[in-house]
Design a protein around this ligand. Structure first.
Ligand SMILES: [Fe+2]
Length: 194
């Protein structure tokens, strides 16, 4: 997997912050913290790789305030930087439950772009980095890690409940169980400050 150095990834996020400041930047930093902490306890995951992928998963927001389109924007930006593995994470992080209709928000992509995302998800078999960043996205508030339930309820209060909410929640809880089992722990035990 080819990824930028931690220093370069932090530079990309800082540049993005200047272009489009917002809470998403601190959310990304929390996700980076969580990804590294979990990876430290997984033999199959590299700590710096996990950190960089999480730090840049929402990098598409550098291009302005967007809804689902931020995933495609991030994908295109990371490809232009030559990092296809991060580009992939930009697209997969929003779909722990592989259904584009389950996205919490507006689909502000064109029909052609939507088709591209659908085809990409269909042909992509998730690996542990995809799963890790999906989980970290769900437990990262701008001010620090949180319980998955708090973030899910926060999203429903802001975006509403739909037919896909329950299967999507199940997918998140499966992710947590998965990493609890790999780390032989409860991830909250080492992520949340008591
Ligand atoms: Fe995110």
């Amino acid at each position: 997997m080819e990824i930028p150095s931690v220093l370069y990834a932090e530079k990309l996020l800082s540049e993005a912050q200047k272009l489009n400041p917002g809470l998403w930047v601190e959310h990304s930093r929390t996700a980076g913290f969580c990804a590294r902490k979990i990876a430290e306890r997984c033999d199959s995951l590299d700590n710096d790789t996990a950190y960089v992928l999480a730090l840049l998963h929402d990098i598409g927001r550098r291009d302005g305030v967007m809804d689902m389109r931020h995933i495609l924007s991030g994908y295109n930006f990371m490809l232009s930087e030559g990092y296809k593995d991060i580009a992939r994470i930009c697209l997969t992080h929003s779909f722990p439950y592989k259904n584009i209709k389950a996205y919490n928000g507006q689909n502000d992509c064109s029909e052609k772009e939507t088709k591209f995302i659908l085809a990409f998800l269909e042909k992509t078999e998730y690996n542990d980095y995809d799963r890790l960043i999906q989980l970290c996205d769900a437990i990262s508030f701008p001010n620090g890690p949180t319980y998955i339930e708090k973030r899910l309820v926060d999203v429903v209060l802001r975006r509403g409940f739909n037919d896909y909410t329950i299967p999507k929640w199940k997918a998140f809880f499966e992710l947590k169980d998965y990493f609890d089992s790999i780390t032989q722990s409860d991830i909250y035990a080492f992520l949340l400050k008591k």
